[in-house]
Design a protein around this ligand. Sequence first.
Ligand code: AGP
Length: 367
Amino acid sequence: QLMDKGNHRHFMQKEIYEQPVVVAQTLRSYLRPVEEQVALPDMAFDLSTVERVAIVACGTASYVGMIGKYWIEQFARVPVEVDVASEFRYRDPVLTPGQLGVVISQSGETADTLAALRHMKTHGLMTAGIINVPTSSMAREVDLLLSTHAGPEIGVASTKAFTCQLAVMAALATNLARAKGRLSPEEEQEIVRHLREAPQALSHALAHDDDIQAMAGKIAAARDVLYLGRGPDYPLALEGALKLKEISYIHAEGYASGEMKHGPIALIDDQVPLIVLAPSGPLFDKTVSNMQEAQARGAQVVLISDARGIAQAGENTIATIEMPEVHPLIAPLVYAVPVQLLAYHVAVAKGTDVDQPRNLAKSVTVE
Ligand code: AGP
């Protein structure tokens, strides 16, 4: 039953569409609606003693770690390092007591991430894991299991696990901020309110599927695609590029918007689509000015923003994709949807094997 695609053509599509439900399901175990608080399961260590955080993961899960760095540093003022797991052990990182090690993994079996977790434990770190498979090796070995309730993810391209991991990361950042005395009850109530809006905002994002499908043909013909984003939407640009690469086999790169002028802008001509992730908010104008630098050089821009942002900057684009207007905290969850759908429709247009892309395994259990 669980392995059924339902009305969907591919597992990936089904899993993209499950997001409002599974994110709500995940948030349910972290939000206390009556108290308007974000809660974590009981733990054997005291979050107020955490002085530094080391986050380790692979691929899509590592982008959750990068977004977590923005959130934890902003809310809790605790310094965070993020590593891809294959680099972590071998660079002999400085690990000190008072550091919290966080691993993020859908499968809980990724060999590099599991080895990084064991390395952290050997060095005496407190550990937490944002993990989807509760019976996995990582789930058994972490001190604090922070479960995502995404249900089985079958498509090799990770989609619903990503947004559920972000929801749990927001809960972790909020708890750390409270433990550090950096969060007033009013600020916490506001975070709870925004997180509770996330499932509906995801549904609104999904409602734009037809617009995305309609423009996917323009991207399917490209040889290279660039994605730009700023702040927490920068890791999402990386995620967009990874999704497109892995299932459509089109070369794609994600960049921090402000980095484009330090090199990649040389690639821009009228053959290179530029996907710009720019929700309204404090970073909007800066991202748009980077986008305009590229437009002046002929870039074929797809602007993903809300109605306000599109009204302001939607001219001279090949397409705009409208997202609901959301608080910057939940923007990375909501903007994940068009990024996933774009990769999905481009892959379908190209006729690739969406659920089983060549050379890839769902869970990478070798180093
Ligand atoms: C994402 O679409 C990937 N297929 C891949 O990057 C994946 O996220 C990575 O291998 C990590 O897997 P895990 O979450 O099961 O540890």
